[in-house]
Design a protein around this ligand. Structure first.
Ligand SMILES: [Zn+2]
Length: 387
């Protein structure tokens, strides 16, 4: 054996043994915090399929990744109690999922979902913490995930009158998770970091008002593991390899998070949070810029016209409060001032918007279309859209 190789081997043995010796002492030094219980929540289930791809359903992908993740934690951390909100294909209400975590006094709550978009181009992962959405896209994800309460009985009673279709409703509960924000962001950042490391496209750590995270009394995240509406993402998420990859990534994030938190007595390093938050804001800015650069194919633009007036009203007018998260503008058409939300790049998106604008109190709202700035009939615009 070469001399320097020998030294390297001795050093390696030394480091390995000293690491083994040090570790228990470090743990004993921080008796304050121990990650003992984790709740894994596979999104949707039963008659709630979640979103769908061409052949896969969100409820099945989420369950498979959740079970694999739980098995990894159980195997490697026998001291950690793993609780699943569901292990089979059953329907659970959102408040029941949060109640499982609260009742177990869990130290971490991980919700696993898949994303969807009217366009097939978006792909990649997003990890959400509870908070106020900074972009319309984030609000859209939360609205879609919160929509499932419409399948529940008595949902008005369970969520304090929350209306998933009302953008304003998504502002009211932004502060409940505040006490656990730092830990949630830290864990979320670790998940996204792992996804990136194994070649996934990380869309970053984000914030929005998810009902399932609303009243949980512990650090909580919701992971959108990819877009089932994107061909490549769906192929990956529907495959055994893809599901194993995702569960291993979340497991590695869990392991790192547990280790860091236990060694710091449950406190989060302020510097790490600052880094994660900076990253978060940067990602948000990029996404919102990208949204503004939405592609308008064939010069087509769609709007939802919801109001007309002979008097000019400002878009900040109190009348329009229920639409304050929408992009509002108005045009003068003869003697009328016409108010609309948009523009949207496809008729599909505009039609979805039409229903949320109607629910926001403008029951007669309707879709209008323009081509290269000139108003055209919607039916004509429909035919001009790329197939
Ligand atoms: Zn979902």
């Amino acid at each position: 054996m070469h001399y320097s190789t020998k030294i390297a081997a001795i050093l390696l043995v030394f480091f390995c043994t000293s690491f083994q010796n040090i570790q228990p002492v470090t743990e004993n030094n921080s008796p304050g915090y121990k990650l003992k219980t984790v709740v894994i929540d596979a999104g949707h289930g039963g008659h709630d399929h979640g979103c769908s791809g061409s052949k896969s359903k969100e409820k099945n992908v989420a369950l498979s990744i959740s079970l694999k993740l739980g098995a990894l934690i159980e195997k490697n951390f026998p001291d950690v109690k793993v609780i699943y909100t569901r292990k089979t294909d059953i329907f659970l209400e959102l408040h029941e999922r949060a109640a499982v975590a609260n009742k177990a006094n869990a130290d971490l709550f991980i919700c696993i979902h898949c994303n969807a978009n009217p366009s097939s181009s978006p792909y990649g992962t997003e990890t959400y913490v509870m908070g106020l959405h900074k972009t319309a896209a984030n609000l859209g994800v939360a609205q879609r995930e919160n929509d499932v309460i419409l399948l529940e009985d008595n949902y008005e009673q369970h969520y304090d009158g929350f209306d998933p279709n009302d953008a304003a409703s998504h502002i009211m509960f932004s502060l409940f998770q505040h006490a656990y924000m730092d830990q949630s962001i830290l864990f979320a950042a670790k998940c996204e970091e792992q996804f990136k490391k194994t070649g996934r496209h990380s869309r970053g750590v984000k914030q929005a008002g998810f009902l399932v995270l609303w009243k949980t009394g512990m650090p909580s995240v919701l992971i959108e593991t990819g877009f089932l509406t994107n061909v490549k993402d769906e192929k990956f998420l529907a495959s055994e390899d893809g599901q194993i990859n995702m569960s291993e990534n979340i497991y590695r994030a869990f392991k790192e998070y547990k280790y860091e938190m236990e060694n710091a007595g449950g406190k989060v390093d302020a510097k790490k949070i600052e880094e994660a938050e900076k990253q978060m804001n940067k990602e948000e800015q990029i996404i919102s810029e990208n949204n503004q650069k939405e592609e308008f194919v064939n010069g087509l633009e769609f709007y939802v016209q919801y109001y007309a007036s002979e008097i000019e009203l400002k878009i900040s007018d109190k009348k329009f409060t229920s639409l304050k998260n929408e992009n509002i503008s108005y045009v003068k058409d003869n003697k009328w001032y016409k108010y609309r939300t948009g523009p949207y790049s496809t008729l599909d998106i505009a039609t979805q918007k039409q229903s949320s604008v109607r629910k926001a109190g403008y029951k007669d709202a309707f879709v209008i279309a323009y081509q290269n700035g000139k108003k055209i009939p919607v039916d004509e615009a429909r035919l001009l859209q790329p197939k």
